[in-house]
Design a protein around this ligand. Structure first.
Ligand code: PMP
Length: 396
């Protein structure tokens, strides 16, 4: 189904940002078990390793780590990313370190939508539902947003093709590995078809990959970038695999895009924190990442299965969801036709929260799904929180 929204309605947008603020405010109350945020488990932050890396860089590099540095980012960090974290044939000169991948989203959408570099096709195609932070960035950069439906089977690529035939599509934005909010991972066939479409119709693919390192089961599939490095701009991040407070991410893209992004970033914030980049680089050089990732994956997989088991046991057919193979979210849909925005108000009173599905659509105000984060709660809270939620849903 095509959902075109050239006339972006102001009311839903205002509703959305204040609604998200409301959610975060209420879910931070200590008596509420929150499945709402997209937060990693703070108990798993690698504090000792980060302390050791801090001491080491201070000893080895002294004041350098507190000095201004190059806009493109610390060379060793860019080397590590291309050699060990990307599966595509790209060079360190094609990597720009950003202040979280959120900044990458902003820089790239400014380039692709404002015609800084290329002809200014203003259409951005997104899945519905989509990562809210991306929706906000594209709206702020005055995109003409088009959406294609996306469900448990992945995106409706026929709809994307229809848009590509009829509209000046600049790019398609996607999270192909463990989508936020749906948790879906694109199949190999879907990846290949998407690349074919981008090549045939000449649009960019903006591949947002913050959860790619968090796979709990199944086989790792090639990134979109590895299938067509000349057609894909990839966003990466250390937020989910090390710590989000450090605000270190990256963009990797063809040279023409990266050079323009460097100029824009220079005007935006000169460079990403030099200290944070050196800290992460040392963490990687000490070889801490693989073991840390194993620890994260073991813990998150167990929590995901616990949440899924508890939902199944308590609610059976009253709720539908697919166990994600990775990432941080379960996307669950109610069997009864109750708007989850309404359910949210009642859930808060019972001491449990989630993000109602409507928050992830540009202008849909009624939705029967909810996003449940399983990484940030303890196992006890997962059982207790799902129990509270189940008691509400049972009576729907
Ligand atoms: N993309 C997606 C899909 C996300 O879920 C997030 C954060 N939740 C981001 C980008 C931004 O992450 P960061 O700026 O911390 O790298």
């Amino acid at each position: 189904m095509l959902v075109q929204s050239a006339m972006v309605a102001q009311a839903p947008r205002q509703f959305k940002s204040s609604f998200i603020r409301d959610i975060l405010a209420v879910t931070q109350q200590p008596e509420v078990i929150s499945f709402a945020g997209g937060l990693p488990d703070p108990a798993l932050f690698p504090l000792q390793q980060l302390k050791h890396s801090t001491d080491t860089i201070q000893q080895q590099l002294g004041g350098v780590i507190y000095q201004y540095s190059a806009t493109q980012g610390v060379p060793g960090l860019r080397d590590y990313i291309t050699e060990s974290l990307c599966d595509a044939e790209i060079d360190a000169s094609q990597v720009l370190i950003t202040t979280g991948s959120q900044q990458g989203l902003d820089l790239i959408s400014r380039i692709l939508l404002d015609g800084v570099l290329l002809d200014n096709n203003r259409c951005a195609v997104l899945e519905a539902p989509a990562y809210l932070g991306a929706l906000q960035v594209f709206q702020a950069n005055r995109a003409h947003i088009l959406t294609i439906a996306s469900g448990s089977q992945g995106p409706d690529l026929d709809a994307l093709e229809r848009y590509a035939k009829t509209s000046p599509v600049s790019f398609f934005y996607t999270v192909p590995d463990f989508h936020n909010p749906t948790g879906v991972c694109y199949s190999l066939a879907q990846r290949q078809r998407l690349i074919e479409l981008a090549q045939q119709y000449g649009f960019w693919i903006l591949e947002d990959a913050p959860y790619r390192g968090l796979r709990y089961s199944g086989e790792t599939l090639p990134s979109l970038q590895s299938l067509a490095p000349e057609q894909v701009i990839q966003l990466g991040s250390f937020s989910k695999i090390v710590a989000p407070g450090l605000r270190v991410g990256w963009v990797s893209a063809p040279q023409e895009i990266i050079q323009t992004a460097i100029n824009l970033k220079q005007a935006t914030d000169l460079h990403t924190s030099n200290f944070d980049q050196h800290l992460i680089l040392n963490f990687l050089q000490q070889g801490y990442l693989p073991k840390h990732l194993d620890r994260l994956k073991t813990s998150y997989a167990a929590k995901m299965n616990l949440m899924a088991d508890t939902l199944e046991t308590r609610l059976g057919k009253k709720i539908r969801f697919k166990r994600p193979e990775g990432g941080m979210f379960i996307w669950a849909t109610l069997g009864c036709r109750v708007d989850t925005r309404q359910l949210f108000d009642r859930a808060i009173k019972q001491g449990v929260s989630f993000v109602p599905g409507s928050a992830f659509y540009e202008n849909s105000l009624i939705d029967y799904s909810m996003r449940l984060n399983f990484t940030n709660s303890s196992e006890d809270d997962i059982v207790q929180g799902i129990d509270r939620l189940s008691r509400l849903i049972e009576t729907c």
